[in-house]
Write a protein that binds this ligand. Structure first.
Ligand code: DAH
Length: 337
């Protein structure tokens, strides 16, 4: 019996020591109710009274040794498993992170901000007006009475007979002059609307920037110097401007203003269509009727005004050949700016 116990002990210890030993199975095999050690203890009835305590003690020792070995092995296995888990879950903090996609400022907003910065730098304030406007401010106050032919080129969307979506930012001139007495020096950027079909150069919604200066002794020389300063800040120091006579109902005299082509310097290229000049805005001296409509005495005060299309400037500056690209919000297009 001593040999049996010795061999059980040796075998058990060997199996427990094995890599990946199944301790639960071994516990059943050796120490369980039907296990090998239990079988030995059961057979003790056949022993003599002298031998019984000695074998009983030996069997208990063997049990204790096996249990101890199992406990130690269990601790070792647990430690190994934890180590393996830590290794598998280790974070490499030196790996490059995943950058979140960051949006872009829209090219129209970029240009509008550039324009605002330039005029704010010259002492202008920003004025705002409503996009849903009275016929009065959009047309009548600006010396465009009902049935005036100028209304044809600025056909827009009507809410009622008297209320429309403004076709230009010029009504802000009248709104400012009604509430503010000279000196006035404002710009007014914003959305405008026309019932034009969408194509590569037209959109029923676009943006303008209006300018207005009213004070004593304002002349066309002030207008010219202001627009020249603006053109150089916007398109480069070499830029020249040119006035061509034109007609707007709310200015007299009126001009269309060109800048020397900033792509070719005036020699003629694809951008300026061989002209050397690019039209960028309309301007003029505020018509006395407009001043009078807004309660400003044209005998005392004079002023100039100008209006430009923000899309046009953005398309020229960034060489965009289709206005629709500015509204489609295709990220592949927008992320270029
Ligand atoms: N409002 C004009 C348009 O939409 C542009 C314009 C021309 C504005 C001359 C002005 C100006 O203030 O003086 O075509």
């Amino acid at each position: 019996m001593r040999e049996t116990l010795a061999s059980i002990k040796a075998q058990a210890l060997e199996q427990i020591a094995q890599e990946g030993a199944d301790l639960d199975a071994l516990r059943i095999k050796y120490l369980g109710k039907k296990g090998e050690l239990t079988a030995v203890l059961r057979g003790m009835g056949s022993l003599s009274a002298e031998e019984r305590p000695a074998i009983g003690q030996l069997a208990n020792e063997v049990r204790a040794v096996i249990e101890e070995a199992m406990t130690a092995k269990a601790a070792e296995q647990k430690e190994k498993a934890l180590e393996a888990q830590l290794k598998a879950e280790k974070l490499d903090v030196t790996m490059p992170g995943m950058a979140p996609a960051v949006g872009h400022v829209h090219p129209l907003t970029l240009v509008q901000r550039d324009l605002e910065d330039i005029f704010i730098g010259m002492g202008y304030a920003i004025a705002e007006g409503p996009e849903v406007e009275y016929d009065y401010y959009n047309f009548q106050a600006l010396n465009i009475p009902e049935n005036h032919p100028a209304r044809d080129t600025q056909d827009t969307f009507y809410i009622t007979d008297k209320i429309l979506l403004r076709s230009q930012t010029s009504p802000v001139q009248a709104r400012v002059m009604e509430v503010q007495k000279p000196p006035i020096r404002i710009i007014s950027p914003g959305r405008v609307y026309r019932s034009d079909a969408m194509d590569s150069t037209h959109s029923p919604l676009f943006h303008q920037l209006e300018g207005l200066v009213v004070d004593k002794g304002i002349t066309m020389a002030d207008l010219r110097a202001t627009l020249s300063t603006f053109a150089q800040a916007m398109f480069g120091e070499q830029t020249k401007i040119r006035f061509r006579p034109h007609h707007f109902p709310f200015t007299e005299p009126s001009a269309e203003v060109d800048v020397s082509c900033f792509a070719c310097g005036g020699k003629g290229c694809r951008l300026c269509k061989g002209e050397g000049w690019i039209e960028i805005l309309g301007a003029g001296m505020v018509h006395p009727n407009v001043l009078r409509n807004c309660g400003i005495d044209p005998e005392v005060y004079s002023g100039f005004a100008f209006g430009l299309g923000v899309e046009r400037i953005a398309m020229l500056k960034y060489h965009i050949d289709d206005i629709r690209l500015l509204y489609e919000n295709d990220v592949r297009f927008l992320s270029q700016f």
